[in-house]
Design a protein around this ligand. Structure first.
Ligand SMILES: [Mn+2]
Length: 218
């Protein structure tokens, strides 16, 4: 995974910015994590940020990424969702989980984990306690997902439509759902979904009027 990220971030000349749309890390227990995985991730991003602008959005696994991480690596944290300008065109970027509105139980947990109170409480615990909590939460999440119909864990089309209208953007790019592809919608709008990094890594190259979604060897 880290080797694939290094390959992705070895950006060719002419790339203005790299946007990472969440779940960059399998788990992130806090910016004070000094374990080998967290340290290697910081080093990889710092090397990339020295070459080009790198923006990082938090996902549902690494939602505790914070300003200290940004300061130590030189990346810029990006709110979820955000509208960015690509060669003059607005593009809506999101992790994607907020649009999975049919999964009511998930949305309830998501709101709690994003709350300042919950995060302050968790970050006050020791690293070991946080690592144990993360492992428990991951196991619960996998168990919950196994009992859900596939459609529930995909985005709700109406939620995506509403977000694009609200952002006044013709294109949404997101991940999270593990269903990579390019979807055409009403009104000429499009939704591009990045895949997970299991078989291969996913990269979307955007420039004016052109979108190339590719899968590269990890
Ligand atoms: Mn996710």
């Amino acid at each position: 995974m880290l080797a694939g990220l290094r390959r992705l971030l070895a950006v060719p000349v002419g790339v203005d910015a790299v946007y990472i749309l969440g779940d960059l890390a399998e788990v992130w227990v806090g910016d004070d994590d000094n374990g080998p995985a967290a340290t290697a991730l910081r080093e990889t991003l710092a090397a990339a940020a020295a070459r080009c602008a790198v923006f990082v959005m938090r996902g549902n696994r690494d939602f505790l990424l914070g300003e200290r991480f940004a300061a130590e690596t030189g990346v810029t944290l990006l709110a979820d969702p955000s509208v960015v300008d690509v060669d003059g065109d607005p593009v809506l970027l999101a992790h994607g989980d907020a649009y999975c509105t049919r999964d009511v139980a998930y949305q309830r947990v998501r709101a709690e984990l994003r709350s300042a109170a919950w995060q302050a409480d968790v970050l006050a615990r020791s690293l070991d306690e946080r690592r144990a909590l993360a492992a428990r939460m991951r196991a619960e999440s996998v168990a919950a997902g196994a009992n859900k119909a596939a459609g529930i864990m995909d985005v709700t089309p109406a939620a995506v439509e509403a977000a694009l209208v609200d952002a006044d953007a013709p294109l949404l790019v997101h991940g999270h759902t593990h269903r990579p592809g390019i979807h055409r919608m009403a009104g000429g709008r499009r939704r591009i979904v990045l895949g997970d990094w299991q078989r291969c890594g996913w990269r979307l190259a955007l420039r004016k009027g052109d979108a190339a979604l590719t899968c590269f060897a990890l």
